[in-house]
Design a protein around this ligand. Sequence first.
Ligand code: COA
Length: 169
Amino acid sequence: MDIRTEKLEDLEAVRQVNIAAFDRETEANLVDRLRGIPSTFSFVAVQSDRIVGHLFFSPVEVAGKCPSNLSILGLAPVAVLPDYQRQGIGTLLIREGLKECARSGLQAVVVLGHPDFYPRFGFIPASRNNLRCEYDVPDEVFMVLELESGALQDCSGTVKYRSEFSIFE
Ligand SMILES: CC(C)(COP(=O)(O)OP(=O)(O)OC[C@H]1O[C@@H](n2cnc3c(N)ncnc32)[C@H](O)[C@@H]1OP(=O)(O)O)[C@@H](O)C(=O)NCCC(=O)NCCS
């Protein structure tokens, strides 16, 4: 299993992974809209020359109080081909993706996801860092991870995803 940055020739396969994993086109279309925006990161999991997983990060903003030089990313979407799920591929993709984001100097990552899945990477409820989600979701499903320890200590407010995420409305 190889985890690497997405290449230009991967785009169609990445699209198909998202469509198959979510059983709809919305997430694939979102990735196509976000790709190319500064501070987005796209990773693929490759097994026997086949793209079987995909992970995307895009920048979010905090409406509230936050140092202006702080870079926070939103993790979404993450997708693994149905036949390859529950084999550790999603976990590996996320671990490697987070490491790469940390290496690139990003300070924190938020995720809207399952509270049984993301804590294994160190995510905690974002409310503990005084951050709220712009969407009306249960507290425990909106989580945050500091890539740089203490990065969020002077931060509080509402996290806003990019306008492209209105595709879900
Ligand atoms: C979520 C997803 C990326 C995980 O990838 P994966 O390769 O199957 O995950 P792994 O094999 O590394 O880990 C599986 C673990 O995650 C848990 N898990 C994965 N998705 C879960 C979910 N939606 N709800 C609850 N638990 C989930 C499994 O219970 C399992 O836990 P365990 O390790 O304690 O047994 C994959 O299942 C997928 O593509 N799902 C459809 C798309 C989706 O829902 N994406 C996430 C929202 S953006």
